[in-house]
Design a binder for this molecule. Structure first.
Ligand code: NAD
Length: 351
């Protein structure tokens, strides 16, 4: 019998790569993609698998408990991969409540529905909560986050994700719900909403618009290709030990400024512009409030226990990513709607 697997947030950036991977790789699963289609959700991201027989899309909001419980009653899910979230730090600073609702209340709704649905039989069930390295706070010049690092979230986004991580672990300890978690570093790749650094900068270079960089641009992030995150999620969902957490990262640290300069250089070549011309668009803007200085992940556990490691070199993944955004200008133009333009203006102008 086919297993029913619920993937939440599958119309978003990372979720769309996970849904595609699971639909294509596991014909014996029926993949149900539950997504509210907020500004960040886009069914265009999944057009190629839309008509597959083992794939169903359901529009719905995880903050709606009655809806979520009914869904579990109807589909009797065997597994859950939970990616739905409000995910943009800047938006969490201007509207924290939306993050509390989706990231905390929405997660608890899913946990409760799974607990009820699996009350008589937890065998072979799994609730996989996908989270971020931002829950660990900010690092100095050295050191890396391990699974044992204490939580120290600094933004409403990371605090809401930290809270949801704790609740997922609490359901494991208190109710024996079969959970597994992962915390990953920054992802890059196709389908990312252009409020995030890499697609935003690619689009602005293309349109010769200023490239806004927070503060001095010296904040450091570790970058992982989104398809490698999806492969890690596949491996953790199938082989991760119940109750455990796995850190996922790319061993690939960049300051924001160096990353943007690299993008500028590659884009100059691709657009046949004079070398250095895009770098002239770099504009430093007032720093993000509470901006974490550095994130870095120690991914030893997943590498040793599950044999996962990044499969794509940064240079190659970065090039593929830039080419994808340049090829898919319709995707970008459709997203750059009135609402997003308003958000953009508020965020980066009049500072
Ligand atoms: P995203 O913002 O691109 O996508 C989120 C998706 O969730 C969207 O499709 C949106 O419509 C949906 N959604 C939002 N609220 C919902 C609700 N109330 N009910 C149902 N669906 C809702 O996010 P992403 O970057 O793909 O991140 C996915 C997950 O991975 C998040 O949990 C995030 O915390 C985590 N994560 C992201 C990164 C990263 O670099 N992007 C890194 C580590 C972990």
């Amino acid at each position: 019998m086919k297993k029913n697997i619920l993937i939440t947030g599958g119309a978003g950036f990372i979720g769309s790569h996970v849904v595609r991977l699971f639909v294509n790789k596991y014909p014996n699963y029926r993949i149900i993609n539950l997504d509210a289609l907020t500004y960040a959700g886009n069914l265009e991201n999944l057009r190629d698998i839309d008509s597959k027989v083992n794939y169903t899309f359901i529009k719905g909001d995880i903050t709606d408990l009655a809806f979520v419980s009914n869904l579990f009653k109807n589909y009797k899910f065997d597994g859950v991969l939970h990616l739905a979230a409000e995910s943009h730090v800047d938006r969490s600073i201007s509207d924290p409540l939306a993050f509390i609702m989706t990231n905390i209340v929405g997660t608890v709704n899913l946990l409760n529905a799974a607990k009820e649905c699996w009350a008589n039989d937890m065998d072979d069930k799994k609730f996989y909560h996908i989270s971020t390295d931002e829950v660990y706070g900010s690092l100095g010049k050295t050191g890396k986050f391990t699974e044992a690092t204490s939580y120290d979230p600094r933004s409403p986004y990371s605090a809401s994700k930290a809270s949801s991580d704790h609740l997922v672990r609490a359901y494991f300890h208190t109710y024996k719900l079969p959970v597994v978690l992962s915390n990953c570093s920054n992802n890059y790749g196709a389908n990312q909403f252009p409020e995030k650094l890499i697609p935003l900068v690619i689009n602005n270079i293309k349109n010769s618009k200023p490239l806004p960089i927070y503060g001095k641009g010296d904040n450091i992030r570790d970058w992982l290709f989104v398809k490698d995150h999806a492969l890690a999620i596949d491996s953790i969902y199938h082989d991760g030990k119940i109750g455990e957490t796995y850190n996922i990262g790319g061993d690939n640290e960049w300051t924001n400024l160096d990353l943007v300069k690299k993008l500028c250089d590659i884009m100059d070549q691709k657009l046949n512009r004079e070398t250095g011309s895009s770098q002239q668009l770099i504009t430093f803007v007032k720093d993000r409030a509470g901006h974490d200085q550095r994130y870095a992940i120690d991914a030893t556990k997943i590498k040793k226990e599950l044999g996962w490691q990044p499969s794509i070199q940064f240079e190659e993944g970065f090039e593929q990513t830039i080419d994808w955004y340049l090829r898919n200008s319709d995707w970008m133009n459709n997203i750059l709607s009135g609402d997003y333009e308003k958000f953009y203006e508020q965020q980066y102008t009049n500072r």
